[in-house]
Every structure is written in structure tokens, then in C-alpha cells.
Design a protein around this ligand. Sequence first.
Ligand SMILES: Nc1ncnc2c1ncn2[C@@H]1O[C@H](COP(=O)(O)OP(=O)(O)O)[C@@H](O)[C@H]1O
Ligand SMILES: [Mg+2]
Length: 272
Amino acid sequence: MDAQQTPVNSAAGYPGGMQIPGWELFYKGKVRDLYRKHGDAKQMLMVATDRLSAFDVVMNETVPDRGRVLTHITEYWLEQVADTIGAARISCDPAEVPGLPEEFHDVLRGRCTWTYVADRVNVEIVLRAYLAGSGFREYQATGRLWEHELPAALQNSSKLPSVLHTPTTKAEVDEPITWAQATELIGDPKEADVIHEVASRLFETAAARSAEAGVLLADTKFEFGRLNGQIVLIDEVLTPDSSRYWPADSIVPGQEQSIAWTRKSYAPTCVR
Ligand SMILES: Nc1ncnc2c1ncn2[C@@H]1O[C@H](COP(=O)(O)OP(=O)(O)O)[C@@H](O)[C@H]1O
Ligand SMILES: [Mg+2]
């Protein structure tokens, strides 16, 4: 597919997989396509497509401009937390991507991020303020959440006594691990402490900022990498793909929270 065949703001959405002359599409994630310029392993072009995934399954349908919304939200949060932590991203402006052919600027505008390739920390740094999803299922089965003991009689969507770290591996299917195991995977206990502390602060900032907008941040996942000896944020940040956001004024304890802004008529089907 070339730029001409990929309409901007197309009602069909942008499925990704586009060939860019002089660039190699070297990784197709569930949502993002990663390109590098031939011969350059230090920087890459991360393109948020309009693909949709849930529970690690990619759907057949795309949602028009979804990738742009995800990119914009990540950009917003990176700016909000810039005093706390740096990021690997360089620019979201296609005109600032060296050597990106001009005919691809329109299709990539708003959805591309020119970024340094960081040495990725292969742990998903998950934090939870409320009991939901796999966390609630574990609590039902064991009365705990990862290594954290919890009070009895919590319900689905109950507030946790504090914001808890519940890391997972980064694998085809992510496995829960304790913080001690996460520290081992990170490799350096001091670096693990920094990640733990920074992630807690990011959660606190994001939850407070979201609350001002009437939105409750139930949980989220951060990814970190190492760049020039520093820990930096990579990937997406505090998007609805990596986070559970609930309308703060309509939480019903004891059940799954309906997400008011989900289109009920939308019935995606699975690719794999
Ligand atoms: N700056 C970066 N350096 C290294 N890896 C990154 C960076 N930013 C994102 N990534 C990785 O790129 C991939 C983005 O594609 P995505 O569709 O989110 O993949 P996934 O299916 O693994 O979630 C992820 O594997 C993420 O860890
Ligand atoms: Mg991802």
C-alpha cells in the first residue's frame, strides 16, 4: 500500500502495514507499527494505527482515527509529567522526521511518533487503585492481589487501601509477577526502586488530574526504557488502551463498570 491508497481520515480507518520507501517496517504490534530507516537502529518511527485489540486479541475492524487519539493522549500526559520523568519520544510532527517522504506526512500526521529506541525494561509496570478485571479475579480466588494481602469482603470495583504495584511480564500473554521478580527482571535493584517510585508518582499525578475532569483512574500500565543512563517513559502513556478510566460519578460497586463513552452498537470480531 502506498500513501495514495491510504486516505487521510478515511471512514474505514487506517489499518497500518504501509510500505514507506527507504524505511523498514520491522515490528507490527497489536496497535502500533514500528519503522526504522535502513541503517539506523537508534531511532524509530512509531505509528499508532486504527487497529483495536482487547485481551491481547486484534480485531478485524479498525476505528477511524483511533491511533490519532491514542497518540494525542500520550503526548498530553508526557507534557503533564515532564517534570517527573523524561521520555524517549523526539517529535510527533512528520515534518521533523528526517528522511520521511513528504507524500506520507498527511497519512501519518497525528499518529506518528519519532522516538529514540530505548533499551526496554521487559516488565509491564501496572498500578491499581481499584479492584477490577484480572485483579478482581485473583482476589476472588486467593483473597490477595499479587503479593499484597487485602481486607476481606472487597467487591468488584472496590477502592484498594492504597495504590498497589501489580507488575507483569512482557510476553505474548503477560504473566503476573511479584515486585521481587520484577526487580530481578529489571536487573538492578536501584533502577527498580526508581521505576517503582516514579510510577507511583505518575499514578498520583494522573489520578488527581483525571479527578478534576470527573474521571476516575482505576488502573494503568507504564513501560519504561533506559536511554543514555536514564530511565525514561516509552510507548503509550495513560491512554484508554493502557488504563481503566471510569466516569467518577457513576461507579456502582459490586459490578463491572460500564464505560459510558463506549459505543454500544460496536461489535468487533477477532482476527486471532
Ligand atoms: N522508545 C521505545 N523503545 C523501545 N521500544 C519501544 C519504545 N516505544 C515503544 N516500544 C515498544 O514498541 C511496541 C509498540 O507496539 P504495540 O502495538 O503497543 O505493541 P504490543 O502489541 O507489544 O502492545 C511495544 O512492544 C513497546 O514495548
Ligand atoms: Mg502496546
